[in-house]
Design a protein around this ligand. Structure first.
Ligand code: AMP
Ligand code: ZN
Ligand code: FE
Ligand code: FE
Length: 281
């Protein structure tokens, strides 16, 4: 089983990379990609924890924003981590997430809810990418909401009055950097409409034209019709079709391997990287 989109506690997942690897193996996964938000911080620990029987794909889920302000996530897989321009872009995003969080907290405080930056940072593992899920965890700890999901549906969703975006590259820029770093680019959950506005077909076209290699078709946030539409796009533009869990540990209901990528689609994707970078022992 091939699962190409998972998170660890180097972003908003709750498992360490080693725990994730152990769970993946216990769940019958044979190829696993680790794709933390805007970070490759978990790569070293993941490589150390690797055991025979699992092929590891190192990547990152890059938070992007279109010119019209719509959030898009691009999965970069199999890129060279020594390509500085990409690392600098990720670092800029990670850094900007701090001032963004302070501004979101200010709005929440103005609504009469007491929460501080240090409450939020308490929820964050060392070196991890800060995000709204950590704010959600802090709100749970304060007793404001029951769990992450309630925090998002009631307060932290993209259309909320508390929502503020952070700096992010354009999806076209992120794809260009991933490709320059020798990796492959897959658009994550492109039709997850319940999260907020979805990109127009014009923007989708521009993203495809900038070198996209694959589309995440099978994902729990897509309806059957959305999957069909995405599959047709993948066929039309000869892109790989992936399926993945977007596992976050206890942070979300998503179960490891709940959606997977077919072997031939993975081979198609992997062959587009400029070097053979799957890690296995
Ligand atoms: P941010 O990157 O700070 O804008 O936060 C967005 C992240 O929050 C997404 O990448 C998801 O992983 C997570 N998220 C969104 N909705 C939910 C939810 N309902 N429950 C848990 N996590 C969520
Ligand atoms: Zn996440
Ligand atoms: Fe995502
Ligand atoms: Fe994700």
């Amino acid at each position: 089983m091939i699962d190409l989109h998972t998170h660890t506690n180097f972003s908003d997942g709750t498992d360490t990379p080693a725990q994730l690897i152990n769970k993946a193996m216990a769940n019958g996964i044979t190829t696993l990609a680790i794709t933390d938000h805007d970070s490759i911080g978990g790569w070293e620990e993941a490589k150390m924890a690797l055991r025979p029987g699992l092929s590891l794909v190192l990547g990152a889920e890059i938070s992007c924003q279109t010119v019209d302000g719509i959030s898009v996530h691009i999965l970069g897989l199999l890129f060279d981590p020594n390509f500085n321009q990409l690392m600098q872009t990720l670092e800029q995003t990670r850094e900007n997430r701090y001032s963004r969080m302070e501004r979101i907290i200010k709005r929440i405080n103005e609504a009469g809810i007491e929460i501080t930056m240090s409450d939020v940072l308490e929820q964050l593992a060392d070196g991890a990418t800060l995000g709204r899920p950590h704010l959600a965890d802090a709100l749970v700890k304060k007793g404001v909401v029951k769990n992450r999901d309630e925090a998002f549906t009631q307060m932290l969703h993209n259309n909320s009055k508390y929502y503020i975006p952070h700096y992010s590259p354009l999806p076209e820029e992120a794809i260009k950097l991933i490709k320059q770093a020798g990796g492959v680019a897959v658009i994550a959950h492109p039709m997850a409409s319940h999260r907020g506005r979805v990109i127009s077909s014009q923007t989708f076209g521009s993203i495809i034209n900038s070198g996209l290699d694959g589309i995440e078709v099978e994902h729990r946030d897509h309806t059957p019709d959305e999957k069909k539409e995405l599959m047709n796009l993948a066929i039309e533009f000869d892109l790989a079709m992936t399926g993945s869990s977007d596992y976050h540990g206890n942070g979300k209901l998503n179960v490891l391997g709940e959606y997977t990528t077919k072997n031939d689609q993975w081979e198609k994707l992997e062959s587009k990287a400029n070097a053979r970078r799957v890690v296995a022992i």
